[in-house]
Design a protein around this ligand. Structure first.
Ligand SMILES: [Fe+2]
Ligand SMILES: [Fe+2]
Length: 175
């Protein structure tokens, strides 16, 4: 069980970059929904997917290469665990590895890891990059229907309803 509102509020307090920026809340929510769609086929752990989505980029200090930002996200997840979400040890190890590994372009590992990384890559359309199927690591993510669906949402800067409904965030004027 994840209490999304206090968790997101705590993450945003520790997040150096703008909440509505390139690697901010709309990206997190699309990654989450990409991951859920993939998980229905890959069988990935959806708790890990959800937490990966909100932690993997939250400690970026720039929107460029920013080495180590995945490890910093994992560190914050560690300090929130037990206070703002609960996750057993094996799944927490996957979450940590998913966050750390997403910055290195890894394509191999447990199915939950691969689903997290593909969920992130499927959102590259927001910067005009079409994900290269050879760099995707689940069969589900390579399928044209899923690729096209994710790319359309990414390119349009689509903000999933869960941002308002579950996370309690509203984009104000000028944000
Ligand atoms: Fe990242
Ligand atoms: Fe990302």
């Amino acid at each position: 069980m994840i209490e999304w509102r206090p968790l997101i509020a705590a993450i945003l307090r520790e997040s150096p970059r703008p909440a509505w920026g390139l690697h901010g809340v709309p990206h997190w929510a699309r990654v989450l929904e990409n991951g859920l769609r993939l998980a229905s086929e890959t069988g990935a752990d959806v708790r890990v997917i959800g937490l990966f989505a909100v932690f993997h980029d939250c400690r970026r200090v720039n929107d460029d290469r920013d080495p180590g930002h995945g490890a910093r996200g994992a560190e914050l997840a560690g300090s929130c665990r037990g206070r703002l979400f609960a996750l057993p040890d094996p799944e927490f190890a996957l979450l940590t590895e998913a966050c750390i590994g997403h910055t290195d372009g890894r394509t191999e590992g447990d199915v939950t890891l691969r689903t997290c990384w593909d969920a992130d890559r499927l959102d590259l359309g927001r910067v005009g990059i079409r994900p290269d199927p050879r760099r995707l690591c689940t069969e589900a993510a390579k399928r044209p229907d899923i690729l096209g669906w994710a790319e359309g949402r990414a390119a349009a800067g689509f903000i999933p309803e869960r941002v308002r409904r579950d996370w309690g965030l509203e984009r104000g004027p000028g944000a």
